[in-house]
Design a protein around this ligand. Structure first.
Ligand SMILES: [Zn+2]
Length: 391
């Protein structure tokens, strides 16, 4: 058992524990972190959501009043990809100020940075309601662990006043992201000999017609920070042999949505558009995430981060996060996406995080914790309560 609070060593340790998804195996990583946090005074709760699949919730419980500050991070990483790495993806080597490995940027560095910041702030946090760490599996395949957590522990957000999602942003605070609705379209036809196509019904033609209609579909929604909603057909499959009329074809389409779009309404519009040509079934469905930049806590986050990254204007991240599943739909608290990883190294061959940004990340989180502590004292409670209500 490492009792290190050295953020670089902790990140290296987490990289050495493989947690590639798919197939998804967060057990060793979650168990290691549970033992580590147990030994440091956290109350931990390991929850399985399948064979080898784990979420970990860890609370550092304070004695004061006010709200809990929550952090979210995912334990899984994407696979290595087909290109060869020039470094060992699990050796966590440091070269020229870069720490290499699968998950280095997305997002074992983020988890290590907020863990160390919380551990080093324990004395001050005792005077508050404390912190809650929501460490999930299965994020990379569509927030599976976060969704399981909302079902297995529906009270996971009880008492939470704000949530920090430690995904890669180079320590720049981002106020949200688009949602994602991924749908699989399936068409059924009637097979026949390819020399007599009039005797069959071609499922590929049905899919082609459906895709043409989707491409002409007007996604009118725009958002001032997120830009336009978008659509991309990513896969298409159909047919078994050239001399048969295919009786089966499928495709997958990825919609990225902005606040103001309800996924249920979008699905109903698409079903009406495509009629009985294809059947559409969702396999990832995460809503957009947005907190107003004028939210009082977000303003304080901007103030804290500006000391490290310079002047701040409201921005969003291009990818989706567990934040959109973990923030309740009633949105009782503000959410910021903020972490030390390099956004342009996510999912790449030779992934790395910068050691200087990792160290800076700990300081950024510590400054947010110190701000939280100062706002949780009795004189500051009123403004915390106001700041926490961002409906
Ligand atoms: Zn991530």
């Amino acid at each position: 058992m490492t009792d290190t609070t050295d953020v670089v060593e902790l990140t290296r340790q987490l990289i050495r524990i493989r947690s590639i998804n798919p197939p998804g195996d967060e057990e060793e990583c979650a168990r290691w972190l549970a033992a580590y946090l147990d030994s440091l005074g956290f109350v931990t709760n390991l929850m399985s959501f399948g064979q080898g699949r784990f979420n970990l919730v860890a609370d550092y419980i304070g004695k004061g009043g006010g709200k809990v500050l929550a952090f979210s991070g995912h334990l899984d990483t994407v696979p290595l990809g087909s290109a060869a790495w020039t470094v060992d993806p699990f050796a966590a080597e440091i070269r020229d100020g870069r720490l290499y490995g699968r998950g280095a940027t997305d997002m074992k560095s983020g988890i290590a940075a907020f863990l160390v910041a919380c551990i080093e702030s324990r004395d001050a946090l005792l005077g508050t309601a404390g912190v809650r760490l929501l460490l999930t599996g299965g994020e990379e395949t569509g927030c599976d662990g976060a969704r399981a957590l909302t079902k297995s522990s529906p009270d996971y957000h009880e008492g939470v006043g704000a949530l920090i999602v430690g995904e890669p942003t180079r320590n720049y605070p981002c106020v949200g992201h688009k949602g994602a609705l991924w749908l699989k379209g399936s068409a059924v036809g009637v097979s026949a000999h390819g020399a007599m196509p009039e005797a069959g019904v071609n499922a590929i033609y049905k899919v082609m017609d459906a895709i043409d209609r989707l491409r002409a579909f007007d996604l009118i929604h725009r958002h001032p920070l997120m830009g336009a909603a978008s659509m991309n057909v990513g896969t298409i499959q159909g047919g078994l042999n050239v001399n048969s009329v295919p009786d089966q074809a499928t495709f997958e389409v990825d919609f990225r949505t902005v606040p103001g779009m309800e996924h249920q309404g979008l699905r109903a519009d698409l079903a009406a558009l495509l009629g009985d040509r294809v059947e559409l079934a969702p396999f990832v469905d995460v809503p957009p995430l947005e907190t107003s930049a004028s939210d009082p806590w977000i303003q304080r986050v901007f103030h804290c981060c500006a000391r490290f990254v310079g002047a701040i204007e409201p921005k969003v991240v291009p990818y989706f996060t567990d934040g959109s599943v973990l923030a309740p739909r009633s949105r009782e608290f503000p959410v910021v996406v903020l972490g030390p990883g390099e956004p342009d190294m996510m999912h790449k061959t030779d992934e790395y995080c910068r050691v200087d940004r990792l160290l800076e990340g700990v300081e950024v989180y510590k400054s947010l914790l110190s701000d939280w502590v100062s706002q949780s004292c009795p004189a500051g409670n009123a403004s915390v309560e106001e700041g926490a209500v961002a409906k």
